[in-house]
Design a protein around this ligand. Structure first.
Ligand SMILES: Cc1cc2nc3c(=O)[nH]c(=O)nc-3n(C[C@H](O)[C@H](O)[C@H](O)COP(=O)(O)O)c2cc1C
Length: 338
């Protein structure tokens, strides 16, 4: 059984987010926290098996611990994709049972699998038999008119019987008709109490709670009831939160990383990526919120947004943005003049 003691990084996770948590984003987050567990964007089994694997799955060793999230519902395909992911060096394979988009529903995976716990069990059993790393499940409370107490426990119990011991629960239903994926992250009401109850009634399972957690203070409150927390949008939009995770969540003495230090830690990665032909904007787009709420934040964002997209933009743009944050008074004057 995989327990949170064996995998302590699950105490704090950064959510899988399509188009956001790509490898550049993860490397940046790693410059802020050495302990949090990071997740890829969802990758479908078809893409893993037939696509450009290096582009889809390649990552830097510094990203560990990092989990690959798969989307699919065919046990053999998921087993093959999990094996490929293990070969790339991922620490965990996570099955997506929460994405509500139409594209995903027509492929019969993501959140609509909440209706098919036995199929999910077959999938995770096949994946578990194919690899030695842990298989985990990220799910919702249920979909549409399901009774969440039944749908959540049925999904978890069937998957646990097939060998999964870690579940990440986005603590709301998905409504598959009439809501966009974005609305499905906000409108169905949160029920944290049900997730806490799942932990109380299934104490041997590792339960990570997700959905609408805005701050580390809120995360710490959840940790009194469950094994781990997963933050998505708050961590992405305000990455400085991640700079205090090692100290506050993992108890690392002197583990705080301020935004300036994070930039310097990330800089060698950026230089290496630029040398490989990656465009500056592909990295700086994940950094825009780094100085959120601090003097100079607006200048930082403006310089990175407007100057990183120029052809051949390099680290001099980063330096200009840093200079502007260090001299926030000038930023304030510019904004007043604008
Ligand atoms: C832009 C974006 C893309 C997302 N893509 C995925 C995904 O690929 N796989 C997944 O399981 N969840 C995905 N999610 C959902 C998040 O993982 C998370 O469950 C959700 O945002 C709720 O957490 P939060 O309130 O902390 O953001 C995505 C969320 C956002 C905002």
């Amino acid at each position: 059984m995989v327990t949170v003691t064996q995998y302590p990084s699950l105490r704090f996770c950064v959510a899988p987010m399509m188009d956001w948590t790509d490898r550049h984003c993860r490397a940046f987050h790693r410059a802020l926290t050495s302990r949090a567990r990071l997740y890829t964007e969802m990758v479908t089994t078809g893409a893993v098996v037939h696509g450009d694997r290096e582009r889809l799955l390649g990552f830097e060793p510094l990203e560990h611990p990092v989990a690959l999230q798969l989307g699919g519902s065919d046990p053999a395909d998921l087993a093959a994709a999990a094996r490929i992911g293990e070969g790339f060096g991922y620490d965990e394979i996570n099955l997506n049972v929460g994405c509500p988009s139409d594209r995903v529903q027509s492929g019969r995976f993501g959140a609509c699998l909440m209706r098919e716990p036995e199929l999910v069990a077959d999938c995770v059993a096949a994946m578990g038999a194919a690899v030695r790393i842990p298989i985990t499940v990220k799910c919702r409370l249920g979909v549409d008119d399901q009774d969440p107490e039944e749908s959540l426990f049925n999904l978890v119990d069937a998957s646990a019987a097939a060998g999964v011991s870690t579940f990440i629960i986005h603590a709301r239903k998905a409504w598959l008709q009439g809501l966009s994926p974005k609305d499905n992250r906000d409108i169905p009401p949160l029920d944290y109490g049900l997730v806490a109850r799942l932990k109380r009634e299934r104490p041997d399972l590792t339960i990570v709670i997700n959905g609408g957690i805005p701050s580390l203070a809120a995360a710490q409150a959840h940790l009194a009831e469950v094994d781990g927390v997963m933050l998505g949008r708050a961590a992405y939009h305000e990455p400085s939160i991640l700079g205090v995770v090692d100290a506050l969540i993992f108890g690392v003495q002197g583990g705080d990383t301020d935004p300036f230090t994070a930039v310097e830690r990330y800089r060698p990665y950026m230089a290496g990526a630029l040398a490989r032909g990656v465009r500056l904007a592909a990295m700086t787009r994940h950094m825009l919120g780094l100085f959120h709420g601090r003097p100079g934040a607006r200048a930082w964002r403006r310089i990175l947004t407007t100057e990183s997209i120029r052809p051949a933009a390099g680290l001099e743009v980063l330096d200009r943005a840093l200079t502007a944050v260090r001299a926030p008074a000038a930023d304030a004057r510019l904004s007043t003049a604008a």
